[in-house]
Design a protein around this ligand. Structure first.
Ligand SMILES: Nc1ncnc2c1ncn2[C@@H]1O[C@H](COP(=O)(O)OP(=O)(O)OP(=O)(O)O)[C@@H](O)[C@H]1O
Ligand SMILES: [Mg+2]
Length: 227
């Protein structure tokens, strides 16, 4: 559990693995139960970090791998301090599409910078924050081409080799990193949502989140109230 009263959940996985689809469904399901949730993403999540995102994803830019790593970490530092930590301190659930594991997979493994330097910068940029649960959506490389896409960003323009390295890295990291769950991203959307929602429910129960954070009147009917 994080040092804060909130709960930090991260959706990870290769490009087009379904992170946004599942994040939206989870956020809607939580909000229907009046659970306070902040939905955010990396790179981005704040005005500065979204500007960094535009630079990172611009297909016309040539960015050195180390500079790329620093840009992701700059975005993360701003995002963590401006959005994530205040929301966790306020007892909210934070759901972020991508966080530190993405840098390990993309820059550490696929770009070949190595895990050590990425772990060091991750720790600094995240203030040592570790997600309570990281859900990794796993899809084979071939799935990227068969899912609908708009125009490709700078990272999506990398070839199949790059995508295979990213996928393998996520699968390895899922086994090694704490509080991480690898799920089959090829399951039908609704089935995947049920699976993810039940894992998050389990986490909220374990963390006693509802009792700690939700207003007490939500826990039981008022005396004399209707059933
Ligand atoms: N389980 C699924 N099965 C088949 N198609 C899916 C599934 N989940 C999402 N999709 C489709 O795949 C495409 C990519 O989904 P989505 O945008 O959620 O992925 P993403 O991981 O957020 O992508 P990005 O890496 O661009 O942020 C969308 O067209 C979406 O409708
Ligand atoms: Mg997305």
């Amino acid at each position: 559990m994080s040092a804060q009263p909130g709960v930090f959940v991260v959706m990870e996985g290769p490009d087009k693995s379904g992170k946004s689809t599942q994040a939206l469904l989870l956020v809607r399901a939580l909000r229907r139960r009046s659970v306070p949730v902040v939905h955010t993403r990396e790179p981005g999540g704040t005005s500065l970090a979204e500007a960094v995102r535009d630079i990172l994803l611009d297909p016309d830019r040539k960015i050195d791998p180390l500079a790329e790593l620093f840009l992701y970490e700059a975005s993360r530092a701003q995002h963590t301090r401006e959005i994530i930590l205040p929301a966790l301190r306020a007892g909210k659930i934070v759901l972020s599409e991508r966080y530190t594991m993405a840098s390990l997979a993309y820059q550490g493994c696929a770009r070949g910078l190595g895990l050590a330097v990425v772990r060091t910068l991750n720790r600094v940029a995240s203030c040592g924050l570790v997600p309570d649960l990281t859900l990794v959506l796993d899809i084979p490389e071939s799935e990227f081409g068969s899912r609908p896409r708009g125009s490709l960003d700078r990272i999506e323009r990398e070839g199949a080799d790059f995508r295979m390295k990213v996928r393998q890295a996520y699968r390895r990291l899922s086994r090694a990193e704490p509080r991480t769950l690898l799920v089959n991203g090829r399951l039908p959307v609704a089935e995947l949502h049920e699976l993810i929602a039940s894992k998050v429910d389990g986490l909220l129960q374990k963390e006693d989140f509802m009792k700690r954070v939700m207003p007490p009147e939500r826990e039981s009917s008022p005396p004399g109230g209707e059933d």
